[in-house]
Write a protein that binds this ligand. Sequence first.
Ligand code: S3P
Length: 434
Amino acid sequence: MHIRYDKASDQAIVTPCKRVAGMIVPPPDKSIAQRAALLAAIGDGTSRLVNYPSSADPLSTLRCLRQLGIQIEKDGNDLLVRGKGLDGFSPPAAPLDCGNSGTTMRLLSGLLAGQPFDSVLTGDASLRGRPMERVAGPLRAMGAKITLNDGCAPMRIARSERLRGMEYRLPMPSAQVKSCVLLAGLRAQGRTTVIETLPSRDHTERMLNLATQEQGGARHIFVTGNTPVPARARVVPNDFSSAAFFMVAAAIAPQGALLLKNVGLNPTRSALVGALEDMGARICISDLRESGGEPVGDMHITASALRGARVDGERIPLLIDEIPILAVAAARAEGRTEIRDARELRFKETDRISAMAENLRRLGASVEEFDDGLSVDGPAELHGERVSSHHDHRVAMAMAVAGLMARGETVIEDASCAGVSFPNYWQALASVAS
Ligand code: S3P
């Protein structure tokens, strides 16, 4: 057993392996699932959600929706969400706890602004430290009354008139901010246009079938206020971001041959494939098909010698959540890998630039940190060490893959946070490592 999770100490203990091989069915995509739940809640009638994840973030979304009076039931493995229409939320009796989930807080704020009742959105210590002005600002411009605590949650949303539609140019490539404004636009008067100059994940636009137009190098996304959202069944594909840890594990292992099943391959999410291929990884996609409006396929990854590459610019938002694991691949690649234009990483569940730089250095990698990214000179002879997850699921999971390639024992502290997106990660990784 090369990975062991010790519940009592909340540590994952990882020892080096030679082979990463077998098959993994990654958990369902939380980004897509959370949007599906929110849209079902404001839908007209009952929506069936198929393959809804049991990870902590999507459960936080359901908990908040229930507090807003939405009935959600299990039907076998599916969820039935009894949508109450655009104006169907009931006033919540207590603050809405979004846990660790930025997507829940930022997207839900778009639906709670301009309601005839007050609401408070809060979360765990990590979420209460993340910037919320980026959603409060545009919502206020639409007429919402929102107060923050020094730019952060708790977000207090006071009852107000219906919002007014507006044109909003995104100041940063954030799918959460984009989705927040689009969801607010659904309930607002008139038309709302969101303009993005750098593309980010487009699940919200896809699910709502929104009209888009390229204009002057930017993408305009339109939503007409007061358009009912039909109830419908939605199938959640498996999560590319969760698959990413296994892709890299198989690519950098001495021997690797892994099959990842039914993985969401939306191009606004899967730029890691191209980045790893640039580094020399061997990735083969088969059975590419469409499921629930999203491209889905199987991925086969075989081990190969990687070389360093530069990853920056427009590609960054399309692999933003995969940068911690990309940094691990970089530590095993020959030459320099430089990841730039990724300052947004400093505002995730933790500051992922500094957390990954610190952790990889502890294992012996040569890492330089920049304000907007990092560079790694490889290949490093990694050695096991004690590292902190910084309470960030993606840091914990990335460091486990690094540990599989490090001499001796790597201990990841506060490892249970992996459950934010991948409930049985430690067992899944152990099942393919030998
Ligand atoms: C997400 C968008 C991204 C991503 C996060 C999920 C989403 O955040 O990092 O994990 O579901 O829209 P930003 O919008 O802050 O870039």
